[in-house]
Design a binder for this molecule. Structure first.
Ligand code: CMP
Length: 140
């Protein structure tokens, strides 16, 4: 079925000037960008996004990293968009990511791992609404 998912190009990948190459991979796989913006997150916005990880030992570093530079948030739309995006990204830890995936090609560490993608329809709905008003999403 057609789905939407939230994608974030993280500060490490933006700093590497890899925004275009990463979005190219989404487009070549048949995903369409239906909303996009560049943002500099603050502690509250990053912490709220990752609220489910609040008690994890890596939470403070995660928020520190996600606020260290601009990110590009996008809504991707397409057939099976959630799983397709996760396949394109590869494993959370770039050291375990399959060759040819975004994290294998652009990321070095589990903290600075280039991209985020929603992991379920429920998180996609929450995460999209966290960054975008309905009026900012452009069906196409
Ligand atoms: P992301 O998919 O954005 O979701 C949470 C992020 O926390 C994850 O990518 C990683 O960048 C980061 N992280 C750091 N350490 C861990 C860990 N041990 N397990 C999972 N995520 C981690």
């Amino acid at each position: 079925a057609t789905q939407r998912t939230l994608s974030i190009i993280k500060p490490d990948a933006v700093a590497k000037n890899a925004i275009g190459e990463i979005i190219s991979r989404f487009e070549k796989a048949g995903l369409k960008v239906v909303a996009a913006k560049m943002l500099k997150l603050d502690d509250d916005k990053a912490g709220g996004f990752y609220a489910e990880h609040k008690e994890r030992p890596f939470f403070k570093d995660l928020v520190g990293f996600m606020t260290s530079g601009p990110v590009v948030v996008q809504v991707l739309e397409g057939e099976d968009a959630i799983a397709k995006n996760r396949d394109l990204m590869g494993a959370t830890n770039p050291k375990e990511a399959a060759p040819g995936t975004i994290r294998a090609d652009f990321a070095e560490t589990i903290d600075a791992n280039a991209v985020h993608g929603s992991d379920s329809p429920e998180s996609a709905e929450r995460e999209i609404a966290y960054f975008f008003q309905d009026s900012e999403i452009c069906p196409r």
